[in-house]
Design a protein around this ligand. Structure first.
Ligand SMILES: C[S@@+](CC[C@H](N)C(=O)[O-])C[C@H]1O[C@@H](n2cnc3c(N)ncnc32)[C@H](O)[C@@H]1O
Length: 290
């Protein structure tokens, strides 16, 4: 730690002040403060607990308090640190990418149950953002080939950079809208966590979500526009017995299950996230024998 220009503030005091500043805005005030300080002084959170009496330098204190100010104004912690852990992978995130959510790990679990560990499968992840789902699957199934797509070039660049930094070779990144980058190809599993919030939903103008790209969030009036395109188009890109697995909004499971049924998928299942909200729907492509 640089003590060239020491302040009189210890780690413990800085955290207490930051927690008090953040508490009115964020339930996660303490943990946010710890993550921001650890990032700001380039140490782990364990270090903060081990050395609470350590004096911060004036520069470190100033930098930390400016991060706390931005967090108090609503900026997501992940955008302030530039990193978010997903499936134990430290992923770079930017304002061009959604911040991956823990509930999306449920989608990864369901996908892994359906991807062989022994043979090479073809997987597509549509709307990959920073690459969270695609990279998690690719690390767990190294013999498989994953194609990750996004309409947003900047997001795709971040995903590509994550694959390089984490040395995950079996993912290919392609730009384009939904099925256009995978024209004429079929996959064993297609995953997607598409935008699913309705245009006029008040949630998009509240909290951390305000800072995230609208293209990653908004899907028409009812939030089902992207999911409808994906469910209606995926069968043409699935091998026989292949699975489509999509994440959706917490109040959309009934509608999404109906959509899967209307498009002739079989073995349709809805899965809840860790907080008990319906979050994932999947269905299998089982064409009738001809
Ligand atoms: C909810 S974010 C999910 C990002 C990532 N899969 C995750 O779970 O963290 C939706 C993603 O879909 C992308 N997207 C939006 N419209 C798209 C389209 N028409 N075609 C392909 N991707 C699209 C957005 O750029 C964004 O990265």
């Amino acid at each position: 730690m640089n003590l060239a220009n020491p302040s009189t503030t210890t780690i413990q005091t800085a955290l207490r002040v930051a927690e008090r500043k953040l508490f009115p805005f964020h339930e996660t005030a303490r943990i946010d403060a710890e993550v921001l300080l650890a990032h700001g002084i380039n140490r782990t959170r364990a270090y903060l607990h081990t050395w609470p009496e350590y004096m911060l330098s004036s520069e470190q204190l100033h930098h930390f308090m400016s991060l706390v100010q931005r967090r108090a104004a609503g900026e997501p912690v992940a955008y302030l640190t530039g990193i978010r852990e997903f499936w134990s992978l430290p992923l770079t995130v930017t304002r061009a990418t959604l911040v991956p959510r823990p509930e999306t790990e449920v989608l990864v679990e369901q996908a892994l149950h359906r991807i062989s560990t022994a043979t090479s499968s073809h997987i597509a992840d549509l709307g990959t953002g920073c690459g969270a789902i695609a990279l998690a699957i690719a690390t767990e199934r190294p013999a498989s080939r994953v194609v990750a797509t996004d309409i947003d070039t900047q997001a795709l660049n971040v995903a590509h950079q994550n694959a390089e930094q984490l040395d995950i070779p079996n993912v290919e990144f392609r730009q384009g809208t939904w099925f256009s980058p995978i024209m004429g190809e079929r996959f064993h599993v297609i995953t997607s966590n598409p935008p699913y919030i309705g245009k006029n939903d008040p949630h998009v103008s509240r909290g951390d979500v305000r800072y995230e790209p609208r293209c990653a969030l908004i899907a028409g009036h009812d939030g089902l526009e992207a999911i409808t395109i994906i469910v209606s188009g995926a069968k043409a890109h699935l091998f026989k017995q292949g699975w489509l697995i999509v994440e959706h909004g917490h109040d959309q499971q009934g509608s999404v299950i109906k959509l899967f049924a209307a498009h002739g998928y079989e073995n349709i299942q809805g899965i809840s996230d860790y907080t008990g909200h319906g979050r994932i729907v999947m269905g299998q492509y089982l064409p009738l024998p001809t």
